[in-house]
Write a protein that binds this ligand. Structure first.
Ligand code: SF4
Ligand code: SF4
Length: 349
């Protein structure tokens, strides 16, 4: 007898309790009720959860494919989960536009990335960005499409407990073929709500698919946020030491690998499109003056200024642009663009 394991859909709630946000979240949960191909878990905003809290602990125990619906860029959601012990391969959603040219260019980059040194489970974690503004039906269709592609057969022998499919590569080709709608799977169950108290947080998240372990960030930050693990790999060791609103180290990372998922500037929050556009210097496209022109501030200076502001707020002496000699400035985001995004943010109270 063949049966199928459910795919877990995680709905990460918005922070603001905005009625439109809650409506979309509830419609997705309601739309999946009774669908035996998926199990639904509702958690508070995943960026606010801690690795040892109920929400992350429950996700850490999920070993199958995940479909994560969150109010974050997919890249930001993925690496936020990763830093909290929820690991897997990045699964692409067809709802997002992927820049194949940029991916090919990245693939040809000779720099070794931290991700290449890590052993990740084969299961996939797909991310649906709820901010993208798709109709509810599109999200539901995409969840069902992914569930049909990914749900792994479970072989049950009479008299024995169900056993998950073997972990060799072939088994991941789904020998039972794609799940058909209406095909018997595990019994349907209602959504699981995890009501963990979650205060708003602010900390950097490292995208290890880009990070080269250059240590610019640990040299730059003077608040003890970064550290290294037993293999001398950079990590965010004390996230809550980060100063709220400070994105300074993201500006000095040469690989655009440091994300602040809640930052108003898409580049810093994890937008793949904008990160790619920076390669052709987005700031110039928006009419920014050339770096070094009178009255302008480049990214390194902006980062140093932001760091000084935080040092002074903490009652410490500013240090100016003193930082690692290895720092490579990045293009500065544009104030006008920030203001426009601020104005849009304010509409979402
Ligand atoms: S500065 Fe960026 S690339 Fe370098 S170690 Fe930090 S996160 Fe990684
Ligand atoms: S944003 Fe500022 S305080 Fe936070 S980790 Fe970066 S440099 Fe340190």
């Amino acid at each position: 007898m063949s049966n199928r394991a459910r795919v877990t859909v995680v709905v990460s709630q918005g922070q603001s309790h905005h009625p439109e946000k809650r409506k979309l979240e509830e419609e997705i949960v309601a739309g999946l009720l009774g669908d035996r191909a998926v199990g639904v878990t509702v958690i508070p905003h995943l960026y606010d959860l801690t690795a040892d809290g109920t929400g992350m602990l429950s996700l850490q125990q999920e070993t199958g494919d995940l479909i994560v619906c969150s109010w974050l860029f997919p890249r930001a959601a993925h690496w936020t989960l990763d830093r909290n012990g929820v690991h897997g391969q990045f699964g692409k959603s067809l709802l997002d536009a992927w820049d194949e040219d940029e991916e090919e260019a990245d693939a040809g980059d000779e720099k070794p990335r931290v991700l290449e040194t890590r052993q990740l489970p084969r299961r996939r974690i797909y991310h649906l960005d709820l901010r993208a503004g798709h109709p509810t039906g599109d999200y539901l269709d995409e969840i069902r499409r992914i569930a049909a592609e990914t749900s792994t057969p479970v072989v049950t022998l009479t008299g024995l407990a169900p056993t998950n499919a073997p972990a060799d590569e072939e088994s991941l080709v789904r020998p039972g073929g794609p799940l058909q709608l209406g095909e018997p799977v595990e019994p349907a169950s209602g959504p699981r709500h995890i009501d963990e108290p979650a205060a708003r947080r602010w900390y950097p998240v490292i995208d290890y698919s880009r990070c080269t372990n250059c240590m610019e960030c640990i040299d730059f930050c003077l608040f003890g946020v970064y550290g290294v693990d037993g293999q001398e790999t950079i990590l965010v060791e004390d996230p809550d030491n980060c100063r709220k609103g400070c994105p300074a180290c993201s500006r000095v990372c040469p690989e655009n690998a440091i994300l602040f998922p809640q930052h108003k500037t898409p580049t810093i929050a994890g937008s793949p499109e904008v990160a790619g556009a920076l390669k052709v210097d987005l700031s110039r496209l928006f009419g920014a003056p050339e770096p070094g022109a009178p009255g302008t501030e480049d990214a390194a200076a902006m980062a140093a200024r932001e760091r000084d502001e935080q040092l002074q707020l903490a009652g410490r002496a500013p240090v100016g642009e003193k930082t690692s000699e290895r720092s490579t400035p990045k293009p500065a985001p544009q104030d006008e663009l920030d203001e426009l995004i601020d104005a849009l943010d304010e509409l979402d109270l």
